[in-house]
Design a protein around this ligand. Structure first.
Ligand code: BGC
Length: 745
């Protein structure tokens, strides 16, 4: 990456306060960046934070995504579909588009208490007519099929004609982005075929159908405008667009408020999408903008009651912590078991919107601890794609279930980079790990009975075939794998992958024992369904006993894989003087022969199994791998902060934590504008805070807490959900932590 490619963002443009993110100034340099930062979502849909009246260079930059709505862009490969733009609006004063006027006092505010974004500024035309503009948008948490936009126009020193043109624009396109992170795509894809639009004055509707699979979205809007404005309203339906033109006379010193209420339904909601959208629109009309906002705010209030982490520290840090939580929740499909959270949530089309291990390993802990139902839904997505995972295993000539590195509305592989797609197989065990943690923490034994044990058996079956038996040495090798450290090439016996696979096999064996004892009938039908035979499980145990990992007793060091120590040493400092990934400077091929890590690998395992790893081994791994780690993935900083905190390395923990928690808010990777918010980093930051600084760990025995607060955080207060009860944890610097039972749920 050359310096000129860095995103030139003035970092002082954001003011981070405990509940608000504020951007002052409308310079073009920060526009794209702010569009990422101010992204909004309610789990059902998400929009980038572009202003409803803003102009974009192309129609792929105005993005609205619906959770789980994908479509094929070539055989077998999907992209998350850019939906019609329900914000599309223009304001004219005395015939001039306000985008052509000069702007003063620009302010953009994201309010994390109620999920609103406000744009507020004054426009000035050539005749010095000053008009204050305020626009507020939110995607309702109360009814996730709905959104609302309020337009406020205040002529300060003039009487003028005012025109608001607003509608829903189906002229949007996709710009699928290649997985390899190196090339910029310039080929737009038009996903939408037939688009029907209609409007009658204050109301409009658009139904768009994808070209390939005829997947439908219907959006409707209604304009609420006070009668006394005596507005003339005309329908405005043109190519793939439905809208209204609202004209009225604006008098000096009067504030004019017009609300646009929006409803959205799509093919995933059931039959008769049109009726569904219409019903939701009627709800909107009944509540109006203010009523909708009250309902939405109530839900946010409930969410914050469980999810907030209060810290005694700087205001900026408090705001950043909430921002991390807020953005993660905005992308969570919460009650939809057929969708998950993409690597950029619903905020950007990077990685074609796909789901990775990012969800189970990085994001899920936040939900597991604050809203276990949401965690359950995320895991159900994996159950609902189990058949695809089994078909995927077959495609690799294996039995059992193999989860894809990247998946979308199906579980079929979406990764087009062969080494990653074929070899980064740890994701199968990562999913199983997350399921195990969910059951351990919630005690939801029915989940084990109804879903997990089947996943365990099919995945264990996959691992059995995936390990290769070495007869001479009587051991099992995992050949042709890639660990989380994607710079390690394709290797053998990657520590993380082997250990996670063994955990997968162990959980499978344990669950069989439990099923036989506790649910014999269900077990019998599952045994029949999976055609499991006794001999099969013997082999699972044999692999657990004889799989190869490498431990150097003298150094107390777990070795990542057998080739790692033979790789070429490199002076990292000579190449890397910033946070920009090195793959922008050196080819991937070259990188794979250097002794560097992209992100934690052995340390990653240690983060997931703190009880298993003695401190001396963790410290040895830290001392050995940390200096060799490039942190070229945003997932890396938070995990390093967590491990450093557990090791009591306070300075390092604080340094890494700051990189993770401010990753997007300070554009530390220089790609937030271009790529959106990094959802796994949001989750990793939360883990660093709770599992690292607060030192919380939860297993079937209960909640333990050994804090490692940095000096800059004097206290922390938050809630944790454990086995149907809510606990409050209060941690004060230098004091014994308090764990208080609050109530049962
Ligand atoms: C990381 C992966 C991650 C993916 C999506 C890659 O750069 O190396 O670990 O799953 O990004 O976030």
């Amino acid at each position: 990456m050359h310096k000129k490619d860095k995103e030139a963002v003035d970092l002082d443009c954001l003011d981070i306060t405990p509940w608000e993110i504020v951007a002052l100034g409308a310079s073009n340099d920060i526009k794209d960046y702010c569009e990422s930062i101010f992204s909004q979502g309610n789990g059902y849909m998400g929009v980038r934070g572009y202003s409803p009246i803003g102009r974009k260079n192309n129609n792929a930059e105005r993005t609205t995504f619906i959770s789980g709505f994908f479509e094929y862009i070539r055989p077998g490969i999907t992209d998350m579909v850019n939906q019609p733009d329900f914000a599309a609006s223009k304001i004219f004063i005395n015939g001039t588009d306000i985008n052509e006027m000069s702007v003063a006092d620009y302010k953009q505010v994201l309010n994390m208490k109620d999920g609103t974004v406000l744009w507020s500024y004054t426009v000035l035309d050539k005749e010095n007519r000053r008009t204050q503009i305020r626009i507020i948008r939110f995607l309702s948490m109360g009814n996730k099929h709905t959104a609302a936009i309020r337009f406020e126009v205040f002529p300060e020193n003039h009487n003028s004609s005012i025109i608001l043109e607003t509608g829903i624009d189906g002229n949007v396109i996709n710009l699928p982005i290649a997985d390899n992170q190196l090339s910029d795509n310039t080929q737009f894809v038009n996903m939408w075929g037939k688009i029907n639009s209609s409007s009658i004055g204050k109301k409009g509707s658009i139904t768009a159908e994808t070209i390939y699979s005829n997947r439908i979205t219907t959006m409707e809007y209604y304009i609420n405008i006070p009668k006394e404005y005596k507005a003339v309203i005309e329908a405005d339906t043109k190519d793939n667009y439905t809208g209204s033109i609202i004209k009225f006379s604006g008098m000096q010193g009067n504030r004019y408020v017009i609300d646009k209420l929006i409803s959205v339904a799509n093919y995933r909601d059931g039959e008769n999408i049109g009726d569904i959208a219409q019903n939701h629109l009627e709800q909107c009309i009944k509540f109006g903008f203010d009523g909708m906002l009250v309902e939405s705010k109530k839900v946010w209030q409930r969410i914050w009651e469980h999810s907030d982490v209060k810290v005694e520290s700087s205001q900026e840090l408090q705001g950043a912590i909430r921002y991390n939580i807020f953005q993660l929740i905005q992308s969570d499909p919460s009650d939809d078991p057929y969708a998950s959270i993409g690597a950029r949530g619903l905020m950007h089309g990077r990685y074609k919107g796909c789901y990775f291990w990012d969800t189970e390993i990085f994001m899920l802990p936040l939900f597991l601890n604050t809203n276990p139902e949401a965690a359950r839904n995320l895991l159900l997505y994996r159950y609902n794609t189990l058949e695809d995972a089994m078909e995927s295993a077959k495609r690799f000539s294996l039995k059992g279930a193999r989860y894809s590195w990247m998946s979308s509305d199906t579980g079929f592989e979406q990764c087009e980079t062969w080494d990653t797609g074929c070899c980064e197989i740890h994701i199968t065990a990562d999913i199983v790990y997350a399921i195990g943690r969910y059951i351990e923490q919630t005690g939801d034994i029915n989940f084990l009975k109804d879903y997990a044990s089947e996943i365990y058996i099919q995945t264990a079956r996959y691992w059995k075939e995936r390990f290769t038996y070495d007869e001479q040495k009587d051991c099992y090798n995992l050949i042709h794998v890639k660990g989380p450290d994607e710079y390690c090439g394709v290797t053998i016996n990657n520590f993380y992958t082997v250990k996670m696979a063994l955990h997968n096999l162990t959980l499978a064996l344990d669950s069989i024992k439990l099923m036989e004892k506790e649910f014999p009938e269900k077990w019998e039908s599952l045994r029949e369904k999976t055609q499991l035979v006794k001999d099969e499980t013997k082999k699972w145990q044999d692999i657990i006993d004889k799989a190869v990992t490498y431990y150097d007793k003298d150094r107390e060091l777990w070795i990542q894989d057998p080739i790692f120590e033979g790789l070429e040493p490199i002076d990292i400092g000579a190449y890397k003087d910033d946070n920009i990934p090195l793959y922008h400077k050196l080819s991937y091929d070259r990188l794979q022969r250097y002794q560097v890590l992209k992100q934690p690998d052995v340390l990653m395992y240690m983060a997931l199994f703190p009880e298993e790893m003695p401190r001396n081994q963790m410290l040895a791994a830290w001392n050995y791998y940390e200096p060799k780690t490039l942190h070229d993935s945003t997932l890396s900083f938070g995990i390093h902060a967590l491990i450093a905190a557990r090791l009591g390395l306070r300075k390092e923990a604080w340094r890494y934590f700051n990189k993770s928690i401010f990753l997007d808010l300070k554009n530390l990777m220089s790609n937030t504008a271009k790529e959106g918010i990094h959802t796994a980093a949001l989750g990793a930051s939360w883990q660093a805070l709770i599992f690292g600084f607060a030192g919380v760990w939860i297993n079937s025995q209960g909640i333990s807490c050994e804090p490692n607060l940095p000096e800059d955080i004097q206290s922390m207060q938050f809630k944790i959900c454990y086995k149907s009860a809510i606990y409050e944890l209060i941690i004060k610097y230098g004091k014994k932590p308090e764990i208080n039972f609050l109530y049962s749920i």
